[in-house]
Design a protein around this ligand. Sequence first.
Ligand code: F6R
Length: 599
Amino acid sequence: MCGIVGYIGSGDIKSRLIEGLRELEYRGYDSAGIAIMQNGKIESFKAVGKLCNLEEKIKNFTARSHGMGIGHTRWATHGKPTELNAHPHMSENSYVVHNGIIENYREIKRMLQENGINFLSQTDTEVIVHLFETEIKRHKELFDAFKATIERLDGAYAVLLITKKAPDTIFFARKGSPMILGRNGKGEIFFASSDAPLIGEAEEVAYIEDGTIGYVTKKTIFSQPDNLLFVPLSGDKLTAQKSGYRFFMEKEIYEQYDVMSDTMIGRVLDNDIAFEELDETFMEGVSNIKICACGTSYHAALTSGYLFERIAKIGVNIEIASEFRYKKPLLSPDTLFIVISQSGETADTLEALKMAKKAGLKTLAVCNVDNSSIVRLADATILTRAGIEKGVASTKAFATQVMVLWMLSLYFAKSRKSVDEVSIRDEIRYMGYVPKVLQKSLEVHEKCKRLSKRYLHGHGFFFIGRDIFYPLALEGALKLKEISYLHAEGYPAGEMKHGPIALADAELFTIALMPKTLLYDKIKSNVEELSARDSTILSISPQMFDLADDFILTHPHKHPMLEFFEMMVVVQLLAMEIAVRLGNDVDMPRNLAKSVTVE
Ligand code: F6R
C-alpha cells in the first residue's frame, strides 16, 4: 500500500525521506518518488520498482541543509506502475503526494481539462495539485485554497502538498487514510503513514484525526479543527511500534479499521468490484473452487464457502492443507485452487499449492506478504494489505482475508453473471460500512474487560454459531485457546444436541453468536437447549436475550457480514482480556510461532 513521508528541518533531507520510505516498504509498493524544496525551488525524482532505483537516480543530487520535502511509495490503483504515475504529482508551482482514492476524480479531471489543463498521469491524485492551482487564483490565502481543494474531494485521502508560493510550508489533510505528525527538540517535523519511520526520530507524535486539515512550517503547526494531540513516542522500537497499546494484538485489533480501507481501496468501487490482479478471462473454464489453508486462514476459507456458494453460485470445497496433502486428492482441471495464508510461508499450504500446480490447476493466493513463497508460486495473488502482523494470534490478517474473499465472491458472481446488478450494488454498499463497524468501541472493550473475570475457570468453552457465524465461532475459540490456554471449541449451534450437549452444566461456558440478520430464531432455540441444561451463557447479539447470563450488545445491522465483522472484534477482545487476566503473554503465546514453515 502507498506510504507517505514528509520532513521539515535542517537534517539531511534526502536521507530523511529515503530512510522514512524504507521503513514503509513493508506496506508493499511498485514505484517511489520524492520532492525537495530548497531556496524556493523544488526538485523531484521518481523511479519504478524498488527504492534502490530511486536512490540510484538521486545519488548525484546533494540536498543542502534546511528545507523540506515530501516522499511517497506508490502501490498502483489508478494507472500502471510507471514513472509518470508515480508520486509526487506536479502542477505549475506545486507538488502533491497522496494515499487513498479520490472517488470523484473523473468529474474533477473533466472540469479541469475543459479549462485547458493538461494531465501527465492516469492517476486520481493528479487532480489535487491542479485543483489547488485553480483555487489559488480564487483565494487570497494559500490555506484557504488548499482547504477549498480538499473540500472538493470525495473518497479517502492522506495528502501532503508543497508549493513554491509558500516555500516554508507543508499542507496536510487526512480522511480515511492514516497519517501521523511527529516533532523533536531539534526543530525537525515529520509526517508518515505509520509510526515506523518516526521511531528514533520524533520525540512526540500526533495521530492526525479523520477530517483534519492544516499546515506546518518550521515554527508553526496549524490544524482545523484544532485537535492535534501530541503524545510521547518511545525511542524503543518495540514500545513505539505498539503506538500506546499494551500489546501488538490489541493494536492490531484496533488497526482493523484502517487496514480494511486499504484492503478495499481500488477494489470496491462505486458500483463495481475490480481486481487488477486478475485478468478478465480468469474464471474461464472454471466450474468449481477448492480452497486450502491452515488455522485462522482456514476459518476465513470456511466463511468464504458460504459466500461463494450463495453469491457466486459456484461449488466450493474447503480443506485443511495438512489433510489435503496426504489424501491423494482427485484434482480436475476445471477447479480453481485457492490458498489462503497470512505469512505466505506455511509449509502445508505451500505444499498443497505445489500439488495443485503440478496437477495443472489454475491457482490463486490470498496472502498478506508480497514476495512470499506462496505468492511467488501462485498463478495470481490478491494481497490482503493488512500490514505487518506481529501478534502471534492473527486478527487483522483474518479480517482482511474475509474481506478479500467476500469481494472475490462478488467478483466471481459478476463474471459468472450469477447475480443481478441491483444485488451487486447493494452488496457493495454494505461493504462500504465495514471500516465503520470496526471502529474502536471503548464501551465494548470495557465490557469484555469486566466480563473476562467471570470466565477464567470452568471445564471448557463452546463458541457456537450458524452459517458464517460458525467459522467465526471456530475462530473465537481458536483465539481464546491460543492465548488463554483454556479449552475452547467452536461448534455449529445445531450440532450441539448431537453429542456435545452432554457436557452442559454450569461450568460449561457457551459463547453464543446470535446475529439478528441470519437464522436468529434457530440459534435462539439452540441456546435455549443449552440454557435448559444450566450451561453458563454469554450472548453476543444486537437483541437482548433473557436466558443469557451475560450479554454483549452489538449494533443492529442490515447485512450479516456487518454483524460478522462487529462480532469478530468482540471475540478477539474477549479472548485477549481473558488471557491478560490470566497473566499470559498475549503477543507470544507458548508453543506457537508466527510463521509455521515446518510440517
Ligand atoms: C492463529 C494463527 C494460525 C495461522 C496458521 C496459518 O491465530 O495465526 O492458526 O492462521 O498457522 O498461517 P498462515 O495464515 O500464515 O498460513
